[in-house]
Design a protein around this ligand. Sequence first.
Ligand SMILES: [Zn+2]
Length: 68
Amino acid sequence: MLHNRQIPGEVQKEVYERDMGKCRICGSSDNLHFDHILPFSKGGSSKVASNIQLLCARHNLKKGAKFI
Ligand SMILES: [Zn+2]
């Protein structure tokens, strides 16, 4: 399970509601993605809402993440 980078549905829901369905950077509600604040590759958890944020595709890509 350690290598499961999938974000559970209940965490997605919590993050979506907390961020009010908008990109945290620009407030866009288009093309949103769940972004790991501490990257999964660096040990960030997918299972806690505190490590996940909503970003639009533009800002998610800007971070240089290799995986969406
Ligand atoms: Zn954005």
